[in-house]
Design a protein. Structure first.
Length: 271
């Protein structure tokens, strides 16, 4: 028991130390990239946060990241629920083929599709330097579709048969019967989707040239390549930006970690 506790304690320390080091480094007045810099020496300050804010306008970059991530989450939930319900509960020709094709798409790396997506969205649709251009490639998430399908498959068929006998349409059944019973799936979809677009760098970097539209990950990269050399403490400023970028994701997980692992949907069935 003691060995297990010690092992868990060591694992927790190894996992949390990078976050601690990032936070302490962002508050240090003088750059100290060595291991000794992990021990604060009384020179802690918020100056690095003000420096990175002056360079890239943190509030504007956070708003851009929020719009980008929020749009992706909205598209993932809407299209994921519709597609997952159709694959789980509707009978149509080619359903198995569509599901297998969706699984195959998951093994295709996004980088492989970057060039054709760029040509299509920028040249064909003219959506460069726009939020819609950033959101569209991520609006449908095959992983979320798979999660929603598996949750819908767990629901008793009697619920759907009774609703159809009462004359409810498929959209009404989906909204009033199925969705309320798979709330854990909705939260799971949000949490799984949030991390990707919030930390996404490559696609927003390609699609946006205007700094007013760039999310925080892209703004931090631009800071590293252009402005950081002139900063008094570029190491601390970058860590400050990284703390701001990581804070929403860490906060979201800490708030919803209990509900995230909840998958009990049997309460919707009595008897």
């Amino acid at each position: 028991m003691k060995l297990r506790f010690v092992g868990l304690l060591v694992g927790a320390f190894v996992f949390l130390f990078p976050f601690y080091y990032m936070l302490i480094g962002s508050l240090q007045e003088e750059p100290d990239p060595s291991i000794a810099g992990a021990v604060p020496a009384g020179n802690l300050t918020l100056h690095n946060y003000s420096e990175i804010d002056k360079a890239i306008h943190l509030a504007r970059s956070l708003i851009n990241s929020g719009i980008f991530t929020g749009g992706v989450i909205l598209g993932t939930l809407v299209f994921g629920v519709l597609a997952g319900y159709a694959l789980a509960r509707l009978q149509f020709r080619g359903r198995g083929f569509v599901f297998n094709l969706m699984l195959l798409i998951q093994v295709v790396p996004f980088q492989l599709l970057t060039i054709p997506l760029y040509v299509m969205i920028v040249r064909s649709y003219g959506l460069a330097d726009s939020y819609l251009g950033m959101i569209l490639p991520f609006a449908i998430n095959s992983t979320a579709v798979f999660v929603f399908r598996q949750y819908f498959l767990q629901l008793p068929q009697e619920l759907f048969d009774a609703a159809r006998i009462d004359g409810a349409s498929e959209l009404s059944i989906l909204w009033r019967v199925a969705v309320p019973l798979v709330k854990p799936a909705l939260l799971t979809g949000v949490l799984l989707t949030f991390i990707g677009p919030w930390n996404e760098f490559l696609w927003p970097f390609l699609i946006t040239k205007q700094q007013d539209l760039q999310p925080l990950a892209v703004s931090l990269s631009n800071y590293l390549t252009t402005v950081s050399a002139r900063a008094a403490n570029p190491f601390g400023a970058v860590l400050a930006g990284a703390c701001v970028l990581a804070a929403p994701a860490v906060t979201l997980f800490l708030i919803f970690q209990r509900r995230f692992i909840s998958t009990n949907i049997s309460s919707g069935v009595k008897g």
